[in-house]
Design a protein around this ligand. Structure first.
Ligand code: AMP
Length: 346
Protein backbone atom coordinates (compact mmCIF):
# COMPACT_ATOMS: atom_id res chain seq x y z
CA UNK A 1 0.00 0.00 0.00
CA UNK A 2 1.40 3.42 -0.98
CA UNK A 3 1.95 6.00 1.75
CA UNK A 4 0.66 9.56 1.36
CA UNK A 5 3.63 10.81 3.41
CA UNK A 6 5.86 10.04 0.42
CA UNK A 7 4.01 12.55 -1.75
CA UNK A 8 3.05 16.21 -1.88
CA UNK A 9 0.37 18.22 -3.65
CA UNK A 10 1.49 21.43 -5.33
CA UNK A 11 -0.15 24.26 -7.20
CA UNK A 12 0.53 27.83 -8.27
CA UNK A 13 -0.34 30.48 -5.67
CA UNK A 14 -3.36 31.98 -7.46
CA UNK A 15 -6.93 31.14 -8.60
CA UNK A 16 -8.05 28.24 -6.31
CA UNK A 17 -4.77 27.59 -4.53
CA UNK A 18 -6.12 28.31 -1.04
CA UNK A 19 -8.69 25.51 -1.16
CA UNK A 20 -6.37 23.10 -3.04
CA UNK A 21 -3.61 23.52 -0.44
CA UNK A 22 -5.99 23.41 2.51
CA UNK A 23 -7.67 20.36 0.98
CA UNK A 24 -4.30 18.60 0.73
CA UNK A 25 -3.47 19.34 4.36
CA UNK A 26 -6.93 18.25 5.52
CA UNK A 27 -6.31 14.89 3.83
CA UNK A 28 -2.87 14.62 5.46
CA UNK A 29 -0.83 15.35 2.34
CA UNK A 30 2.08 17.83 2.26
CA UNK A 31 1.09 21.06 0.47
CA UNK A 32 3.50 23.10 -1.66
CA UNK A 33 2.64 26.53 -3.09
CA UNK A 34 4.63 28.01 -5.98
CA UNK A 35 4.21 31.76 -5.56
CA UNK A 36 5.24 34.81 -7.53
CA UNK A 37 7.49 37.00 -5.42
CA UNK A 38 5.37 39.53 -3.55
CA UNK A 39 2.25 37.35 -3.58
CA UNK A 40 3.32 34.75 -1.03
CA UNK A 41 1.98 36.60 2.02
CA UNK A 42 -1.61 35.44 1.72
CA UNK A 43 -0.51 31.81 1.56
CA UNK A 44 1.55 32.37 4.70
CA UNK A 45 -1.25 34.31 6.35
CA UNK A 46 -3.82 31.55 5.90
CA UNK A 47 -1.32 28.85 6.86
CA UNK A 48 -2.31 26.59 3.98
CA UNK A 49 1.14 25.65 2.69
CA UNK A 50 3.82 23.44 4.26
CA UNK A 51 6.34 24.91 1.84
CA UNK A 52 6.43 27.96 -0.41
CA UNK A 53 8.66 28.06 -3.49
CA UNK A 54 9.19 31.52 -4.98
CA UNK A 55 9.48 32.42 -8.66
CA UNK A 56 9.78 35.84 -10.33
CA UNK A 57 6.91 34.95 -12.63
CA UNK A 58 4.78 31.84 -13.12
CA UNK A 59 6.20 31.82 -16.63
CA UNK A 60 9.51 30.72 -15.00
CA UNK A 61 7.85 27.58 -13.66
CA UNK A 62 10.31 25.31 -15.43
CA UNK A 63 13.22 26.81 -13.42
CA UNK A 64 11.88 25.31 -10.20
CA UNK A 65 10.23 22.21 -11.61
CA UNK A 66 13.03 19.89 -10.47
CA UNK A 67 12.37 20.85 -6.86
CA UNK A 68 8.80 19.64 -7.27
CA UNK A 69 9.91 16.44 -8.95
CA UNK A 70 12.29 15.74 -6.05
CA UNK A 71 9.48 16.37 -3.56
CA UNK A 72 7.35 13.76 -5.38
CA UNK A 73 4.76 16.45 -5.85
CA UNK A 74 1.54 16.12 -7.84
CA UNK A 75 0.57 19.30 -9.68
CA UNK A 76 -3.06 20.38 -9.56
CA UNK A 77 -3.62 22.50 -12.67
CA UNK A 78 -6.03 25.41 -12.31
CA UNK A 79 -7.02 28.30 -14.56
CA UNK A 80 -3.89 30.34 -13.86
CA UNK A 81 -1.62 27.36 -14.44
CA UNK A 82 -3.09 26.67 -17.88
CA UNK A 83 -3.25 30.35 -18.78
CA UNK A 84 0.37 31.16 -17.74
CA UNK A 85 1.96 28.09 -19.28
CA UNK A 86 -0.42 27.53 -22.22
CA UNK A 87 -1.85 24.08 -22.86
CA UNK A 88 1.06 23.18 -25.15
CA UNK A 89 3.71 23.68 -22.44
CA UNK A 90 1.61 21.78 -19.91
CA UNK A 91 2.13 18.71 -22.14
CA UNK A 92 5.88 18.90 -21.43
CA UNK A 93 5.88 19.18 -17.67
CA UNK A 94 7.84 16.48 -15.87
CA UNK A 95 6.21 16.84 -12.49
CA UNK A 96 3.25 14.50 -11.91
CA UNK A 97 0.06 16.06 -13.26
CA UNK A 98 -3.45 15.40 -11.96
CA UNK A 99 -5.84 15.12 -14.91
CA UNK A 100 -5.70 14.32 -18.64
CA UNK A 101 -3.32 16.71 -20.37
CA UNK A 102 -4.79 15.92 -23.79
CA UNK A 103 -8.18 17.34 -22.76
CA UNK A 104 -6.64 20.78 -22.26
CA UNK A 105 -6.28 21.22 -26.01
CA UNK A 106 -9.98 20.49 -26.47
CA UNK A 107 -11.13 22.98 -23.86
CA UNK A 108 -8.82 25.73 -25.10
CA UNK A 109 -10.22 25.70 -28.62
CA UNK A 110 -13.76 27.09 -28.94
CA UNK A 111 -14.49 25.07 -32.08
CA UNK A 112 -13.22 21.76 -30.69
CA UNK A 113 -14.93 22.34 -27.40
CA UNK A 114 -18.19 22.89 -29.24
CA UNK A 115 -17.87 19.63 -31.19
CA UNK A 116 -17.34 17.77 -27.93
CA UNK A 117 -20.32 19.32 -26.15
CA UNK A 118 -22.56 18.80 -29.17
CA UNK A 119 -21.57 15.15 -29.37
CA UNK A 120 -22.56 14.89 -25.70
CA UNK A 121 -26.07 15.97 -26.70
CA UNK A 122 -25.99 19.35 -24.95
CA UNK A 123 -27.94 22.38 -26.12
CA UNK A 124 -25.53 25.10 -27.26
CA UNK A 125 -26.14 28.73 -28.21
CA UNK A 126 -26.29 29.08 -32.01
CA UNK A 127 -23.07 30.08 -33.71
CA UNK A 128 -22.97 32.47 -36.68
CA UNK A 129 -20.33 31.72 -39.32
CA UNK A 130 -20.56 35.18 -40.83
CA UNK A 131 -21.67 38.58 -39.47
CA UNK A 132 -24.07 38.71 -42.45
CA UNK A 133 -26.09 35.89 -40.89
CA UNK A 134 -26.85 37.69 -37.62
CA UNK A 135 -30.63 37.56 -37.06
CA UNK A 136 -30.87 37.90 -33.26
CA UNK A 137 -28.89 39.50 -30.42
CA UNK A 138 -25.37 38.07 -30.40
CA UNK A 139 -22.33 38.13 -28.15
CA UNK A 140 -18.93 38.43 -29.81
CA UNK A 141 -16.11 36.68 -27.97
CA UNK A 142 -12.49 37.22 -28.89
CA UNK A 143 -10.29 34.14 -28.67
CA UNK A 144 -7.76 35.92 -26.49
CA UNK A 145 -10.36 37.44 -24.14
CA UNK A 146 -9.56 36.62 -20.54
CA UNK A 147 -11.91 36.76 -17.59
CA UNK A 148 -14.86 37.94 -19.66
CA UNK A 149 -13.17 41.24 -20.59
CA UNK A 150 -13.60 42.51 -24.13
CA UNK A 151 -16.81 40.84 -25.28
CA UNK A 152 -19.45 42.89 -27.00
CA UNK A 153 -23.11 42.56 -27.84
CA UNK A 154 -24.71 43.39 -31.19
CA UNK A 155 -28.26 43.11 -32.46
CA UNK A 156 -27.65 43.22 -36.20
CA UNK A 157 -25.04 42.92 -38.94
CA UNK A 158 -24.83 46.71 -39.15
CA UNK A 159 -24.21 47.09 -35.42
CA UNK A 160 -21.62 44.32 -35.55
CA UNK A 161 -19.55 46.19 -38.15
CA UNK A 162 -19.82 49.43 -36.19
CA UNK A 163 -18.70 47.87 -32.93
CA UNK A 164 -15.91 45.69 -34.32
CA UNK A 165 -14.11 48.87 -35.40
CA UNK A 166 -13.38 49.47 -31.70
CA UNK A 167 -11.24 46.32 -31.64
CA UNK A 168 -8.57 46.87 -34.29
CA UNK A 169 -6.19 43.96 -34.70
CA UNK A 170 -8.54 41.45 -33.07
CA UNK A 171 -9.09 38.78 -35.66
CA UNK A 172 -10.09 35.56 -33.96
CA UNK A 173 -13.60 35.68 -32.53
CA UNK A 174 -16.86 33.77 -32.43
CA UNK A 175 -20.33 35.20 -32.92
CA UNK A 176 -22.70 33.45 -30.57
CA UNK A 177 -26.44 33.82 -30.03
CA UNK A 178 -26.97 35.93 -26.89
CA UNK A 179 -29.23 33.77 -24.73
CA UNK A 180 -31.51 35.68 -22.39
CA UNK A 181 -31.54 33.79 -19.12
CA UNK A 182 -29.55 33.37 -15.94
CA UNK A 183 -25.99 32.09 -15.78
CA UNK A 184 -25.48 28.83 -13.89
CA UNK A 185 -22.03 27.29 -13.56
CA UNK A 186 -22.12 23.65 -12.46
CA UNK A 187 -19.06 22.28 -10.67
CA UNK A 188 -18.70 18.56 -11.24
CA UNK A 189 -16.26 15.97 -10.01
CA UNK A 190 -15.69 12.65 -11.69
CA UNK A 191 -13.51 10.07 -9.98
CA UNK A 192 -11.80 7.30 -11.89
CA UNK A 193 -11.32 5.54 -8.56
CA UNK A 194 -15.01 4.94 -7.89
CA UNK A 195 -16.22 5.80 -11.42
CA UNK A 196 -18.83 8.13 -10.06
CA UNK A 197 -19.96 11.60 -11.07
CA UNK A 198 -20.65 14.13 -8.31
CA UNK A 199 -22.16 17.59 -8.37
CA UNK A 200 -20.08 19.61 -5.94
CA UNK A 201 -21.69 23.07 -6.16
CA UNK A 202 -22.99 25.87 -8.40
CA UNK A 203 -22.10 29.52 -8.77
CA UNK A 204 -22.75 32.54 -10.86
CA UNK A 205 -20.18 35.16 -11.52
CA UNK A 206 -20.14 38.67 -10.16
CA UNK A 207 -19.22 40.64 -13.26
CA UNK A 208 -18.42 44.29 -13.73
CA UNK A 209 -20.18 46.16 -15.26
CA UNK A 210 -22.78 43.58 -16.41
CA UNK A 211 -23.95 43.20 -12.80
CA UNK A 212 -24.12 46.92 -12.16
CA UNK A 213 -26.02 48.21 -15.17
CA UNK A 214 -29.33 47.14 -13.60
CA UNK A 215 -28.67 49.45 -10.67
CA UNK A 216 -29.37 52.54 -12.70
CA UNK A 217 -32.57 53.48 -14.54
CA UNK A 218 -32.76 52.52 -18.22
CA UNK A 219 -32.89 56.20 -19.19
CA UNK A 220 -29.55 56.77 -17.42
CA UNK A 221 -28.13 53.61 -18.98
CA UNK A 222 -28.94 54.90 -22.45
CA UNK A 223 -27.47 58.32 -21.75
CA UNK A 224 -24.30 56.94 -20.19
CA UNK A 225 -23.50 54.99 -23.36
CA UNK A 226 -22.20 52.06 -21.30
CA UNK A 227 -20.63 49.08 -23.07
CA UNK A 228 -21.41 45.83 -21.29
CA UNK A 229 -18.35 44.13 -19.88
CA UNK A 230 -18.11 40.81 -18.04
CA UNK A 231 -14.89 41.33 -16.13
CA UNK A 232 -14.98 38.86 -13.26
CA UNK A 233 -14.74 40.26 -9.77
CA UNK A 234 -15.96 37.34 -7.68
CA UNK A 235 -18.35 34.40 -7.47
CA UNK A 236 -21.76 33.99 -5.89
CA UNK A 237 -23.10 30.61 -4.67
CA UNK A 238 -26.33 29.21 -6.11
CA UNK A 239 -28.67 26.40 -5.12
CA UNK A 240 -30.73 25.22 -8.08
CA UNK A 241 -34.31 23.95 -8.25
CA UNK A 242 -34.12 20.37 -7.05
CA UNK A 243 -36.07 19.16 -10.08
CA UNK A 244 -33.21 20.31 -12.33
CA UNK A 245 -30.71 17.96 -10.72
CA UNK A 246 -31.47 14.82 -12.79
CA UNK A 247 -30.81 16.74 -16.01
CA UNK A 248 -27.66 18.28 -14.55
CA UNK A 249 -26.27 14.87 -13.61
CA UNK A 250 -27.15 13.52 -17.04
CA UNK A 251 -25.30 16.36 -18.80
CA UNK A 252 -22.19 15.74 -16.71
CA UNK A 253 -22.20 12.00 -17.36
CA UNK A 254 -22.64 12.49 -21.10
CA UNK A 255 -19.73 14.93 -21.24
CA UNK A 256 -17.48 12.44 -19.41
CA UNK A 257 -18.55 9.53 -21.66
CA UNK A 258 -18.00 11.57 -24.82
CA UNK A 259 -14.58 12.79 -23.61
CA UNK A 260 -13.21 9.26 -23.98
CA UNK A 261 -13.67 9.49 -27.74
CA UNK A 262 -11.73 12.75 -28.12
CA UNK A 263 -8.48 12.37 -29.99
CA UNK A 264 -5.17 13.16 -28.31
CA UNK A 265 -3.28 15.37 -30.74
CA UNK A 266 0.04 13.78 -29.71
CA UNK A 267 -0.83 10.12 -30.20
CA UNK A 268 -3.67 10.45 -32.73
CA UNK A 269 -5.62 8.05 -30.52
CA UNK A 270 -8.60 8.63 -28.23
CA UNK A 271 -7.81 10.05 -24.79
CA UNK A 272 -8.65 6.77 -23.11
CA UNK A 273 -9.01 8.06 -19.54
CA UNK A 274 -11.04 10.97 -20.83
CA UNK A 275 -12.09 13.79 -18.55
CA UNK A 276 -11.80 13.24 -14.79
CA UNK A 277 -11.36 15.22 -11.63
CA UNK A 278 -12.97 18.64 -11.38
CA UNK A 279 -14.74 20.27 -14.32
CA UNK A 280 -17.41 22.87 -14.95
CA UNK A 281 -20.22 23.41 -17.44
CA UNK A 282 -21.08 27.06 -17.95
CA UNK A 283 -24.64 27.64 -19.05
CA UNK A 284 -27.35 30.22 -19.47
CA UNK A 285 -30.67 28.80 -18.27
CA UNK A 286 -33.58 30.19 -20.28
CA UNK A 287 -37.23 30.51 -19.17
CA UNK A 288 -37.99 27.05 -20.62
CA UNK A 289 -35.31 25.76 -18.22
CA UNK A 290 -32.98 24.72 -21.03
CA UNK A 291 -29.30 24.72 -20.15
CA UNK A 292 -27.61 26.54 -23.02
CA UNK A 293 -24.02 25.48 -22.41
CA UNK A 294 -21.52 27.97 -23.78
CA UNK A 295 -18.31 26.64 -22.30
CA UNK A 296 -16.59 23.82 -20.47
CA UNK A 297 -13.63 24.16 -18.12
CA UNK A 298 -11.82 20.84 -17.82
CA UNK A 299 -10.28 21.61 -14.42
CA UNK A 300 -11.09 23.27 -11.13
CA UNK A 301 -12.82 26.65 -11.58
CA UNK A 302 -12.72 29.70 -9.33
CA UNK A 303 -16.48 29.39 -8.83
CA UNK A 304 -15.74 26.61 -6.32
CA UNK A 305 -14.00 29.10 -4.00
CA UNK A 306 -17.10 30.04 -1.97
CA UNK A 307 -17.32 26.40 -0.87
CA UNK A 308 -14.09 25.89 1.09
CA UNK A 309 -16.27 24.57 3.90
CA UNK A 310 -18.42 22.58 1.45
CA UNK A 311 -21.71 23.26 -0.33
CA UNK A 312 -25.24 22.02 0.48
CA UNK A 313 -24.59 19.19 -2.01
CA UNK A 314 -21.27 18.07 -0.56
CA UNK A 315 -22.80 18.30 2.92
CA UNK A 316 -25.53 15.86 1.84
CA UNK A 317 -22.99 13.42 0.52
CA UNK A 318 -20.05 13.71 2.89
CA UNK A 319 -21.33 15.01 6.22
CA UNK A 320 -17.98 16.77 6.63
CA UNK A 321 -16.49 19.88 5.03
CA UNK A 322 -15.58 18.95 1.44
CA UNK A 323 -14.30 21.59 -0.95
CA UNK A 324 -13.45 20.67 -4.53
CA UNK A 325 -9.78 21.11 -3.56
CA UNK A 326 -10.20 18.60 -0.77
CA UNK A 327 -12.11 16.23 -3.05
CA UNK A 328 -9.15 16.25 -5.45
CA UNK A 329 -6.78 15.52 -2.54
CA UNK A 330 -9.01 12.65 -1.43
CA UNK A 331 -8.97 11.17 -4.94
CA UNK A 332 -5.17 11.34 -4.87
CA UNK A 333 -5.02 9.87 -1.38
CA UNK A 334 -7.24 6.95 -2.33
CA UNK A 335 -5.24 6.36 -5.51
CA UNK A 336 -1.94 6.30 -3.55
CA UNK A 337 -3.33 3.97 -0.90
CA UNK A 338 -4.79 1.62 -3.52
CA UNK A 339 -1.52 1.70 -5.53
CA UNK A 340 -3.45 3.21 -8.44
CA UNK A 341 -1.69 6.54 -8.72
CA UNK A 342 -0.98 5.97 -12.42
CA UNK A 343 -4.71 5.89 -13.05
CA UNK A 344 -5.22 9.53 -12.05
CA UNK A 345 -2.07 11.03 -13.53
CA UNK A 346 -2.24 12.49 -17.03
P1 AMP B 1 -17.27 33.48 -20.53
O1 AMP B 1 -16.03 34.30 -20.42
O2 AMP B 1 -17.38 32.70 -21.81
O3 AMP B 1 -17.43 32.61 -19.32
O4 AMP B 1 -18.51 34.48 -20.54
C1 AMP B 1 -18.58 35.61 -19.69
C2 AMP B 1 -20.02 35.97 -19.39
O5 AMP B 1 -20.70 36.30 -20.60
C3 AMP B 1 -20.83 34.85 -18.78
O6 AMP B 1 -20.73 34.80 -17.39
C4 AMP B 1 -22.23 35.18 -19.20
O7 AMP B 1 -22.81 36.10 -18.28
C5 AMP B 1 -22.05 35.88 -20.51
N1 AMP B 1 -22.30 35.01 -21.68
C6 AMP B 1 -21.40 34.25 -22.33
N2 AMP B 1 -21.94 33.62 -23.38
C7 AMP B 1 -23.25 33.98 -23.42
C8 AMP B 1 -24.36 33.69 -24.29
N3 AMP B 1 -24.21 32.89 -25.35
N4 AMP B 1 -25.55 34.27 -23.99
C9 AMP B 1 -25.68 35.10 -22.94
N5 AMP B 1 -24.67 35.43 -22.11
C10 AMP B 1 -23.48 34.89 -22.33
Amino acid sequence: MGNIKDYAICTLGSHTALQILKGAKDEGIRAIAVCQKGQEDIYKHFGVADEIILVDSFKNFFEIEDKLVKANAIMIPHGSFVSYLGWQKVQDIKVMHYGSKGILEWESDRVKERDWLKAAGLKLPRLFKSPEDIDCPVIIKFHGAKGGKGYFIAKSTKEFYERIKEYPGEEGYVIQEYVVGVPVYTHYFYSLINEELEVMSFDKRYESNADSIGRIASKDQMEAGIRTSYTIVGNIPIVVRESLLPEIFKMGRNVVTESRKLIDYKTGKPISKGLYGSFCLEAIVDPELNFNVFEISARIVAGTNPFINGSPYTWLRYNEPMSTGRRIARDIKQAIEMDKLDLILG
